[in-house]
Ligand binder design. Structure first.
Ligand code: HEC
Ligand code: HEC
Ligand code: HEC
Ligand code: HEC
Length: 441
């Protein structure tokens, strides 16, 4: 996984990001109907006096060189071009598509695939995942947004991407996949699409930043803690997983494999390594749902909303153990969804704090050691969680620099999860032991 490859580097290059906590802007109403507005196209944003400057403006609230950062460094700018590669040609051929670059099932995630009538004069589908995919169609805010307040811009259709919940919904719609649009299926995977995995804060930190979080930014948009971004991202990804499993047809007798843990099936039979996971207590041979975001949500609940944790956990266990064999699992899914919603609402009211992050870090280490982290997806999410928590710890200087230094020495963790097919649990556990030793000091 490419993100993991950059993690170690990311840890060393800690970008200073704002920290204070207290962002509590509920985002329930902003789902993704920013599509029904004219999209002017990247060129419309990229004029040199607008977002297309060559250098950042020191005296400007915003950098104004956003286009350049996106165009030169951001993988989203290449997302359409990816559809022209041999790899994509093969996927398209396997799926019986005329071409990847003309197929909605590819364009929905690899470009700004709004309906023809919403495409402005400068709009180009080949721009890939352009500005308006994330910031909303500019048709209604283009003229006013340089003078208006942020609140007024939001009313005119600017998407609130600074808000953790809204941002999570946005990124998850492509990086986990959606229930109605932007669907990802095992059929697409089977044709050769790379496995998707996601963690909001790690992905936010790895996307080349075309913005600067400073005092001026905080004044306009509030203070957003990375830990809160991480936690809300986990819960929203878990919620999206449930939406998807409800929405996708079960393909007759069989479940849609894309919701499951890929490595649960794709492994060598000669390697019998099964032992019961003490948390999920799944039986040998059981079909494994990709429970990584659910399990992280549980850890978040334990630390930040202990009153919700027991119910959430019993709902998760019921879902994992009984879901597959139930005729109609919808009430079970409904109960689990309600616990996740309750957890998210609690965090919206009372954002997670650094001390709770430290508790989660300790718990992740203990759970990892106890379950021997046989599951790759769980290990991978732990690695990204540890990355996110450490970033915040470092930034808030809650750990002395010596401890932070030692924590950074846990490259073993990242090394071991770099390649899902070469996952080395022993190395991962070794890394966890090192973190534990440092935390115990
Ligand atoms: C419209 C779909 C879409 C949305 C919305 C979206 N992404 Fe992406 N993202 C992609 C695609 C497609 C790629 C792969 C691009 C390529 O290499 O062709 C990608 C790649 C990335 C990568 C690089 C991954 C890697 O393995 O190197 C990061 C990081 C990332 N996105 C972060 C984000 C974040 C953070 C958000 C939300 C603010 C977001 N994305 C929203 C579609 C999307
Ligand atoms: C649900 C959204 C979604 C759909 C649908 C989708 N992709 Fe992707 N695709 C992504 C994301 C997100 C990534 C980046 C994954 C990562 O690195 O984490 C990606 C990565 C890729 C890559 C690897 C790019 C690289 O830089 O290595 C190829 C190739 C690709 N997609 C082709 C396709 C084709 C062809 C289709 C249509 C059949 C398609 N995708 C449909 C979201 C999607
Ligand atoms: C994959 C999603 C994504 C894409 C594509 C994207 N942005 Fe952003 N943008 C973000 C996120 C996330 C932030 C930070 C949160 C926020 O302030 O909204 C941001 C912030 C900004 C800001 C606010 C800076 C501030 O100080 O308030 C501007 C301006 C901006 N982007 C312009 C652009 C332009 C212009 C493009 C296209 C060239 C673009 N963005 C493409 C996700 C994206
Ligand atoms: C329940 C079991 C199961 C799960 C879970 C599962 N797969 Fe599969 N996968 C299969 C089967 C069965 C095939 C078809 C093998 C064949 O045609 O020989 C397959 C085929 C594939 C192939 C094509 C392999 C080839 O030999 O050409 C890829 C790639 C793939 N899956 C990726 C994934 C990814 C990524 C995930 C997780 C999102 C996943 N699979 C989850 C059972 C599973």
């Amino acid at each position: 996984m490419k993100v993991i490859k950059r993690l170690v580097f990311g840890l060393i290059q800690l970008v200073v990001v704002v920290l204070a906590i207290g962002f509590a802007n509920a985002a329930d109403e902003n789902s993704s109907d920013t599509q029904e507005v004219a999209h002017i196209g990247v060129a419309g944003c990229a004029a040199s006096t607008c977002h297309g400057s060559n250098v950042g403006f020191a005296d400007s609230g915003i950098l104004r060189n956003e286009f350049r950062t996106w165009n030169e460094q951001d993988p989203h700018a290449r997302a359409f071009k990816t559809l022209l590669t041999d790899e994509s040609k093969r996927i398209a051929r396997n799926l019986g598509l005329a071409s990847a670059e003309s197929a909605d099932i590819c364009l929905d995630c690899h470009a700004d695939n709004v309906a023809e009538e919403f495409r402005g004069e400068e709009f180009q589908i080949s721009d890939g995942v352009g500005c308006e995919v994330c910031h909303g169609g500019a048709g209604n805010y283009l003229e006013s947004h340089t003078d208006a307040s942020h609140a007024d811009n939001l009313k005119a259709g600017l998407y609130p991407s600074e808000d953790p919940h809204a941002r999570a919904q946005l990124c998850v719609s492509c990086h986990v996949g959606g229930a109605d649009e932007r669907k990802i299926t095992h059929r697409i995977m089977g044709a050769g699409h790379p496995r998707l995995s996601f963690e909001l804060n790690t992905f936010t930190s790895i996307q080349p930043a075309h913005y600067r979080v400073d005092a001026d930014y905080s004044e306009r948009k509030g203070n957003i803690s990375e830990l809160q971004v991480w936690a809300v991202g986990q819960i929203v990804a878990a919620e999206q997983g449930l939406k998807n499993i409800k929405a996708f047809p079960r393909a007759g007798l069989f479940p849609e494999f894309v919701h499951m843990d890929c490595l649960g099936c794709h492994q060598e039979m000669s390697k019998v390594t099964w032992s019961q996971n003490p948390l999920t207590q799944l039986e040998p041979g059981a079909l494994r749902y990709n429970d990584s975001h659910l399990m992280m949500s549980y850890q978040i609940a334990l630390a930040a909303a202990p009153e919700i944790a027991p119910q959430l956990f019993s709902n998760i266990k019921e879902f994992l153990n009984k879901g597959a064999s139930m005729k109609d699992p919808s009430s079970l899914i409904g109960r689990l969804d309600a616990s996740l919603n309750a957890l998210r609402n609690t965090l919206t009211k009372t954002p997670i704090e650094t001390s709770q992050g430290l508790v989660i870090l300790g718990a992740l280490v203990d759970v990892g050691l106890a379950s021997s982290h046989r599951d790759y997806v769980a290990a991978e999410q732990s690695a990204m969680a540890i990355n996110s928590v450490l970033r915040v710890m470092d930034l808030e200087a809650d750990l002395s620099s010596a401890r932070a230094q030692a924590l950074r020495g846990t490259e073993d963790i990242f090394d071991s999860v770099r390649d899902s097919e070469q996952y080395k649990p022993a190395k991962f556990l070794n890394g966890l032991r090192k973190v534990k030793a440092v935390l115990a000091r």
